[in-house]
Design a protein. Sequence first.
Length: 353
Amino acid sequence: MGQFVGQIFIIVLLVVLAAFVVIVIARSVRIIPQAYSGIVERLGRYQRTLSPGLNLLVPFVDRLRPLVDMREQVVSFPPQPVITEDNLVVSIDTVVYFQVNDARAATYEIANYLSAVEQLTTTTLRNVVGGLNLEEALTSRDEINGQLRVVLDEATGKWGLRVSRVELKAIDPPHSIQDSMEKQMRAERDRRAAILTAEGSKQSQILEAEGRRQAEILRAEGDKQAAVLRAQGESEAIQMVFHAIHAGEPDDKLLAYQYLQTLPKIAESSSSKLWIIPSELTEALHGIGAAFGGRAERTDAASKAGRRGTPLTGSVSEAASAAVAAAREAASTADDIAAEASSRASDAGSAGA
């Protein structure tokens, strides 16, 4: 019996020793994850900071405090009422980006660094925004963010923290102020729209006036060029006719014939009130009659009606009709004379042949 009891005691002792060894090993070995740090206290006093990886501790002497997250953290604080310089209460939401650089300082220099950062942000925000009016607070977010970051970074440096950014997430003025601002912005947009419309109308009228002016200038230039070209054409035509006439060496008979053909056109104008038969008509008829002989008698009526300087008075229609009839009779006589001259010329040519 005594031997059996001794064996049981030995077995229990071995089990206790094995459990003790397991506990000692478990308390001696610590694995720290990446981006975390561990604070080791030996007999209640800071001993060292554990880095990520496998670390050994003295069991029952060293104690590992809760791990400290070394990554950059983002904390959004609830809206805080802030009074501006013009005595308006606005609600401001803030977001703080910070990172723990020193795990020892974050553990021993401040009891709760998150609460400390929140309270410091609120007080600094009230100090900064309190010196600005509402309009400046709404339009100066970058300046407010910069001032908050500088103050927080300087204050949290001894806590082992580094504040990288501070952002104002929202600035909410009172509803009455929001309505007033909306009305003001609506009025401002209406004013700008009216100004832009007026400017557009002004520019449109200016462009239209410029277009009309340019069109008139171009039209005048075109008329000028057309008139110049027309005058040059007429001048060249007259010169060509003049040179052709002189090159052909016309005699008096041909000129008289052309004169008689042109004379009826003078009396065809409907606006003629008084028509005078020129003295050259009788001279042309006498010349043609004298040239061919025996044909001058047909021109006596026309010569009697058209003595030099004698106007055909009476009604306008009767004078014009008499003039046209006389001119046509003279032209007919000239045509007969020309036909007779042409036949005589052809007969003379055949006889010579």
